[in-house]
Design a protein around this ligand. Sequence first.
Ligand code: 13P
Length: 251
Amino acid sequence: MSDRSYYIAGNWKMHKTRAEAAELAKALVAELKDGKHKYLVAPTFTSLETVGPVVKGTNIRLGAQNMAAEEQGAHTGEVSVLQLKDLGVQTVILGHSERRHIYGEDDALINKKVRLALRHGLEVILCIGELLEEREAGRAEAVCETQTVKGLEGVSAGELSNVVIAYEPVWAIGTGKTATPEDADAIHAWVRKVIGKLYGADCAEKIIIQYGGSVKAENAAQLMAKENIDGALVGGAALKPDTFAPIAKFG
Ligand code: 13P
């Protein structure tokens, strides 16, 4: 591995009440206080105000799972970047496959969100990843390239230092099927090359690329031993301290 640092993030998706979220956050603060890596938790919108003060001043960042593409206005049901910043949110996950495939978000919309978040100084975790049929058709690289290029349209090299990419093959999310470390690393290397073409070798070398999709304590170390895998975006295993802490403390 290069001198990139590892970044382990927990995406809590649509789980937990405020009390449950606070309990998990408190346990993680205690478990990870001596952790060597960079950490993030991304609770549901309704728990951000509760979890924020728990992680504030610790080595765990506060993340949101989505945001609106507009700053404010008549957008019923949406949450804006200004509101997230008001809650102390530091990072926003954008383009998650559940946003793309359940809620129909396309690359243009995701790009608009990415640019808005970066303009407001938030760190962005941009998720990319192919469907099973795309992988079987030999199109995994092409899909990931398109999602990367379109997701980052209009993003400057300076802003890119606030961008993390998360490769999450859709067929590996919540299915218990993990990509092999070799298959994941091949896509990460490809995406790094795409970043190199867009921004130059130095940016490509520096960008953090997380893997997501059924990451567990049992496979985390093998995945992260790969040259191009710089961390993890964890779903199911992020919901309990007992399953998240061993992943976060690997190595
Ligand atoms: P699982 O770890 O449950 O497969 O979810 C991965 C994910 O989608 C994280 O964003």
